[in-house]
Design a protein around this ligand. Structure first.
Ligand SMILES: [Zn+2]
Length: 283
């Protein structure tokens, strides 16, 4: 979608609401409480009331936009900027472009990244996967390196296509690299029975429900896993130093963008769909 097309299509609250409605209820309205399909429109409150159980709902209820005080046009501008900026959009940049306070821009970014995370969770990796771990940020102990470090630990999984090229990435912040932790990552994101290529580290040996590739097991050639984490570090551009909190939202945004890198023109529609169908943030 070009800048002009975006501007024309999403210039009013009503237009944004209509778009969210079509993304949220692609087959027509469905009551979130009882599943009934007939409803009344309550124009003054921009809500839809179920004809059977009288439950009122809106296009933002239960999503990351739940109870937002920001206009929908601002949400759409934020999504558009996130989708069209090839680099990472910062809260400061968003605040400047949209003439918002830093807090409002941060509020938007946290929720947009959460929607990206929700969408990333939809996919299970199925095929041949390279798995490795990576470290990020500064260590408190200069001498401790490698697997004993206290730096941020990231589980790296990359799915390869039939030609052995990088297809899909999953990056996840993990507290440690014990077998139980890695098993949890595998259980949540990999189809059982998948082939996993990893190095000879002991934590990988105990993994269940996956086949560990013996040739890679000894050589430790995890080229695409290294490429993925290299790309993530470039994406951060040195702005993250390990002491400023949660790295996972940055990983979520990177994976969402990277896995759609061959469809850059569709990124806005993918992102607005992700936001429209997301789950509300708990806190
Ligand atoms: Zn109902």
């Amino acid at each position: 979608m070009t800048f002009r097309e975006f501007q024309e299509r999403f210039s009013t609250e009503a237009a944004c609401r209509e778009y969210l409605f079509s993304e949220r209820f692609p087959e027509g309205f469905v009551c979130p409480k009882c599943g009934h399909r007939e409803y009344y429109c309550i124009q003054t409150r921009h809500t839809y009331q179920c004809k059977r159980c009288c439950r009122q709902t809106s296009v933002t209820a239960g999503t990351v936009m739940h109870r937002t005080h920001l206009p929908l046009t601002v949400w759409f501008w934020a999504m558009y900027l996130c989708a069209t900026d090839k680099r990472r959009v910062s809260a400061l940049g968003l605040a400047r472009h949209l003439e918002l306070s830093y807090e409002s821009a941060w509020y938007l970014l946290v929720r947009i990244r959460s929607a990206m995370r929700d969408r990333n969770q939809h996919y299970l990796l199925d095929g041949i996967i390279e798995m490795d771990e990576a470290y990020l940020g500064a260590s408190k102990h200069v001498k401790k390196r490698g697997r004993g470090t206290d730096r941020q630990k990231i589980a790296v999984m990359v799915l390869k296509d039939n030609s052995g090229l990088l297809k899909f990435v999953h990056l996840q912040n993990i507290p440690d690299i014990k077998t139980a932790t890695l098993q949890n990552v595998v259980n949540c994101h990999v189809v059982p029975g998948t082939t996993l290529e990893c190095d000879g580290y002991k934590s990988y040996k105990g993994l269940k429900n996956v086949h560990v590739n013996p040739s890679k097991y000894t050589t430790g050639d995890l080229k695409w896993a290294h490429v993925a984490i290299g790309n993530f570090k470039a994406f951060l551009l040195g702005t993250y130093h390990g002491s400023c909190g949660n790295i996972q939202p940055y990983l979520d945004e990177f994976c969402f963008r990277f896995n759609r890198r061959f469809q850059p023109t569709q990124l806005f529609s993918r992102l607005s769909r992700a936001v429209a169908t997301s789950c509300a943030l708990l806190s």
